[in-house]
Design a protein around this ligand. Sequence first.
Ligand code: A2P
Length: 278
Amino acid sequence: TPVTETTAKAVPVLPDAQTVTSVKHYTDRLFAFRVSRPASLRFRSGEFVMIGLMGDPHPETGKQRPLLRAYSIASPSWDDELEFYSIKVPDGPLTSKLQHIKVGDQIILKPKPVGTLVHDALLPGTRLYLFSTGTGFAPFASLLREPETYENFDEIVMTHTCRDVDELTYGRELIENLKSDEMMIELLGEENLAKIRYYPTTTREQSPKMGRITTLIENGELFADLGVPALDPAVDRAMVCGSLAFNLDIKALMEKAGLNEGANSEPGEFVIEKAFVG
Ligand code: A2P
């Protein structure tokens, strides 16, 4: 007897759809979420992809277009899910919607990872500075969970500058978790994790360390606090991720110290990428 074929009813799904597996809100301006990872997606820790949602239907044609933005992947290359760390902009075309996603919802993810905040774009060195502001912490959340980061460097200085103390939580918790989670300790090694020097600063709310990191570099306070020599192109490397203005200011400081900007095609002493902003 012939087997009756079950007619699988086509469920409408988004193109390049991935499913949300967790969402955590940090402040009224910041949240992080995780989604399923396409089996075929390979990326290098520190890279970014385009993600988004379908936009509102066109008022006349009813046609919907995907609303996509560049987002750094905050999870490491070995993770079986993908993590993202995002700002919420009340009138932002994407983030005003994205901030409402729930577990089980779908987002669009274009599986074409790119970016310059990768080990391949840096020349060998001994001390790695990771300079971030706001959601610019995201690519470093990936790189801090990547074993290669610790194989390549003896010391990793992770700076994060935000307006308020609460905005540091995602980064602070991530680093605390690295040092206390047994799986992370086993993967990265206790001695390697001891290489991390976490340096959080705030600019508007009172905290133990205040000031823009650019100011703390210029006046030497960062180096005095860490007990390390001033920036030296022979040994120091840097990765930078923040707002456009921040990136430009840090770039000038790196170049003043004699560090040259690198790229995938030509590794250098520092690399820069703009954080997703709105
Ligand atoms: P500030 O409060 O002095 O503007 P934002 O939330 O606007 O993205 O800023 C994140 C953090 O980055 C804030 O602490 C902000 O300091 C700091 N910041 C903004 N622009 C620069 C810059 N050009 N150089 C250094 N830090 C900056």
